[in-house]
Write a protein that binds this ligand. Sequence first.
Ligand SMILES: *Cc1c(COP(=O)(O)O)cnc(C)c1O
Length: 334
Amino acid sequence: MNINDLFSTTPQTWSTLYPAQLISYAPVTDHGIELYIKREDLLNPTLSGNKLYKLHGHLQAALASGSKTLISFGGYYSNHLHALAVAGKYMGLKTVGYIRGHRPEELTATLKDCLMAGMELHFLSRQDYRKKTDSDWLHAIKIAYQQAYVIPEGGQGPNGLRGCGSIFNAIRTQLGSDNMTVCVACGTGTTLAGLLSQSVEGDSLLGFSALKLGNQKSSFKNDIKAQLESQPVAVKWDIVADYHFGGFAKHNVELIEFMEDFERQTQVPLDPVYTAKMFYGIRAMAEQGFWPKGHRLVAIHSGGLQGRRGKPTLDSTVDKQIKITMANQFMEVM
Ligand SMILES: *Cc1c(COP(=O)(O)O)cnc(C)c1O
């Protein structure tokens, strides 16, 4: 969808544009499992997948409050800041990004795009970056930027999760919920919380953590539950925490080889931070016999492809294609 159409419609519409499609991926489907993928990455290359769904509620709240400036936080490859910069540019709002880490000599493709879209960048040391949740500091920058609207890192919060629920409604309308598990990659867990907020009895969901949770898994689950107005008691859901590959944004040769093989077999591009880890986990669990024969899996492709540009380990034709598509789309927005 082009950006004009995106901004004149809502998550409810976006979520129906790319229905889940059955894919053939032998390492999973050979175990008698039907594997569907819901391609939210196709929505728009510059406004990445779930980040657009999460931004929607925040942008509405910002407009309602009359804010002219949007402030948020993220790393060098942040899908969230990238989406925010593009959305702000389109809406004629000033955007400010606080970046985790010192200014690198050569900016990443993500940050170059953010700058080109007019985002003001501030680089914070790892230490100072922790201020992102300090209420006094946040209050001070809000005032410094004339009542700016501050979006928590990654687009978290009640305003962030609201739009994500549409994705789940679209899946249920299309496929029902019998013998089916919906899978999504998790960072903050906001997207999963949004899916859960629309779930009903009989639904089954799994979130694959891109972060190393260690003994924090149950508190992570509690944080997700705390975001929901009513508890999805009759819904089966869990966090899969075994496929983090050492932690957030960490990867090894095995993951990259898996990713390239998956792309060769399915023609679906992944990103090494989120979706590759989810599909790796899905394959591993299918091989372990986690799901019965005939079970249906619906994996949400949450986007994030812009973030893989420039990653030194990846230099496939897929990567080149992503760079070209991104660059073309980006010119259109500007
Ligand atoms: C941010 C992101 C996620 C994680 O979303 P949360 O709502 O933070 O859990 C998953 N996939 C991609 C591609 C992302 O960019």
